[in-house]
Ligand binder design. Structure first.
Ligand code: KIV
Length: 290
């Protein structure tokens, strides 16, 4: 039989991993939630070890990992493959995995089945889907299966063709009102967090104040309860698109190119591999095989 102290100690161990409860607590304490994207084991491990709260396996992987011009072509298999790799690398971060285009819009049944696959095969802790009122039935049904759902409003990249491009959302009265309604609706449907993308800062702050669930902003100012960035954007590794909100926290793209160029130069010059990178064999063995 475990005593109370032992039980508390064990509970302390459990909360090292971020959960829906710890993230909710962070909102209450105004402790900003940090989120970055990751798509592979090595990067997830580095980001996790840096102390991130949550990792998003975003369908942005279609653009930054697979080279598509948008997220439309990303499949369930892509998401499961990358999510499982991230889950193997991240021990403490709460892992949110995107539901790709047409994996939940088609029906509530499809949404539940595909959310289940991202949890079982992709080892996600929550799924994220884009949209407001139109996806509330899906959010209700998925959360009824005890799968946490993160909503995503504002600029929803899967709607790029309907929007006519990647554009700031909610700038006029009608659209600002609609975003407030959508945020309230996804919360009422059971979402545990909501990503707000490319929305004027004052509007995103107002929405964050209206909700009891955490809001995570991207291009939505610093009044949200947390922030998310695509890691290739914040490390200046991806140059196909340069969003205004993507601050460069390091010139990793340049550092990578320099390292690749040095490798090419040294290999051509035969200064790599040097003796310290080389395995030795005795003359006796070499002579015996000649
Ligand atoms: O797919 C993604 O990376 C996202 C973020 C931009 C929020 O949805």
């Amino acid at each position: 039989m475990l005593g109370t102290k032992q039980i508390l100690e064990r509970e302390d161990l459990y909360i090292m991993k971020h959960t829906v409860l710890t993230l909710q607590e962070q909102k209450k304490n105004n402790d900003k939630i940090t989120m970055l994207t990751a798509y592979d084991y090595t990067t997830a491990k580095l980001i996790d070890e840096a102390g991130i709260d949550t990792i998003l396996v975003g369908d942005s992987l279609g653009m930054v990992m697979l080279g598509y011009e948008d997220t439309i072509s990303v499949t369930m298999e892509d998401m499961i493959h990358h999510s499982a790799a991230v889950a193997r690398g991240a021990k403490n971060a709460f892992i949110v995995t995107d539901m790709p285009f047409m994996s939940y819009q088609t029906s509530v049944h499809d949404a539940v089945v595909n959310a289940g696959r991202l949890m079982k095969e992709g080892r996600a802790n929550a799924v994220k889907l884009e949209g407001g009122l139109s996806v509330c039935p899906q959010i209700k049904a998925i959360t009824a299966c005890d799968i946490p759902v993160v909503a995503h409003i504002g600029l929803t990249p899967q709607s790029v063709n309907a929007f006519g491009g990647f554009k700031v959302q909610g700038k006029d009265i009608e659209n600002a009102k609609r975003l407030v309604e959508e945020a309230k609706a996804v919360e009422a449907a059971g979402a545990c967090m909501v990503v707000i993308e490319c929305v004027p800062a004052k509007l995103a702050t107002y929405i964050s104040e209206q909700l009891s669930i955490p809001t995570i902003g991207i291009g939505a100012g610093n009044g949200c309860d947390g922030q998310v960035l695509v890691y290739q954007d914040m490390l200046a590794m991806y140059s196909d698109m340069a969003p205004k909100f993507a601050k460069h926290f390091g010139q990793v793209g340049t550092a990578m190119k320099e390292a690749f160029a040095n490798y090419i130069k040294e290999t051509k010059a035969q200064t790599f591999p040097a003796p310290e990178h080389t395995f030795a064999i005795s003359d006796e063995v070499m002579n015996a095989i000649k």
